[in-house]
Design a protein around this ligand. Structure first.
Ligand SMILES: NC(=O)c1ccc[n+]([C@@H]2O[C@H](COP(=O)([O-])OP(=O)(O)OC[C@H]3O[C@@H](n4cnc5c(N)ncnc54)[C@H](OP(=O)(O)O)[C@@H]3O)[C@@H](O)[C@H]2O)c1
Length: 229
């Protein structure tokens, strides 16, 4: 089964900083909610937006109603490890973890699956994309959730269609200390979408202002693959 296009979701400083000490360098509840919403809903149902009243209706569906296929969220083993145990696996999405670890390491990760939340473990990026496409039962969109090793492979991949970037900065302009970095988003391949286009993609409810949280400010942005790139 051929692999399907995918999207990338990341929060980064203007210098590309995404992590520090194996964790996120910040706590931004609104960005976390954006991550949950985009990864859970963007691309899951054709024509349905990640933000907006359709999603509110879907989220309030009574248990037992038919649900659309889950999106898949693909991450490296270190990012999986960085998610607190009580939040793993990420609910409402099929979790896909990449590792080159041995059988014991792989089955330890896979054993965290729950009846409602599958966890798959694969040992190669393209192998994972192909395996997701071949899973029994439908799968919605695929979202790449980091970290740096996985983002680098995704950004260089011809099937990477969309980059959902939350740009995070300090309000005083000082740099945020990071030790893990997103490679530059290549301008020849991806174009920054304007606000109208972002609302088309995510819905009219998405907040596209620069928001503040303590001494940080952040803004939701979207890059799309250029036609023919
Ligand atoms: N700001 C954000 O949006 C964001 C998002 C996610 C993560 N982060 C941060 O990023 C940092 C983690 O990133 P990282 O780059 O150090 O680690 P990572 O990309 O999460 O994980 C790297 C690991 O993934 C496995 N892996 C990578 N490529 C593979 C491949 N092609 N095939 C099989 N396995 C593969 C290997 O696992 P094994 O060693 O087990 O073989 C490798 O050591 C943390 O600080 C985290 O908080 C930030």
């Amino acid at each position: 089964m051929p692999a399907t296009p995918f999207h990338l979701v990341v929060a980064a400083t203007p210098q590309g900083g995404i992590g520090r000490g194996g964790d996120l360098p910040w706590r931004l509840p609104k960005d976390m909610a954006h991550f949950v919403r985009v990864t859970s809903w963007f691309g899951r149902v054709p024509g349905m937006l990640a933000y907006g009243p359709q999603v509110a209706a879907m989220l309030s569906q009574a248990a037992g109603d038919p649900q659309p296929p889950l999106n898949a969220v693909l991450m490296g083993r270190k990012t999986w490890d960085s998610i607190p145990r009580k939040f793993r696996p990420l609910q409402g999405r099929a979790n896909v973890v990449l590792t080159r670890g041995d059988a014991a390491a792989r089955s330890a990760i896979a054993s965290e699956a729950t009846p409602s939340t599958p966890v798959h473990v694969w040992s190669g990026f393209d192998e994972a994309l192909e395996a997701i496409a071949a899973l029994p039962g439908p799968v919605g969109a695929i979202h790449i959730a980091g970290g740096a090793h996985i983002y680098a492979q995704a950004l260089a991949h011809p099937l990477c269609r969309t980059v959902f970037l939350t740009r995070v900065e300090r309000t005083d302009g000082a740099a945020i200390e990071c030790d893990t970095f997103l490679p530059p988003i290549p301008a020849s391949v991806f174009a920054l979408a304007d606000d109208n286009r972002v609302r088309e993609l995510l819905g009219p409810d998405v907040d596209l202002t620069t928001q503040t949280h303590g001494d940080l400010q952040f803004k939701f942005m979207v890059y799309e693959r250029r036609v023919g790139a």
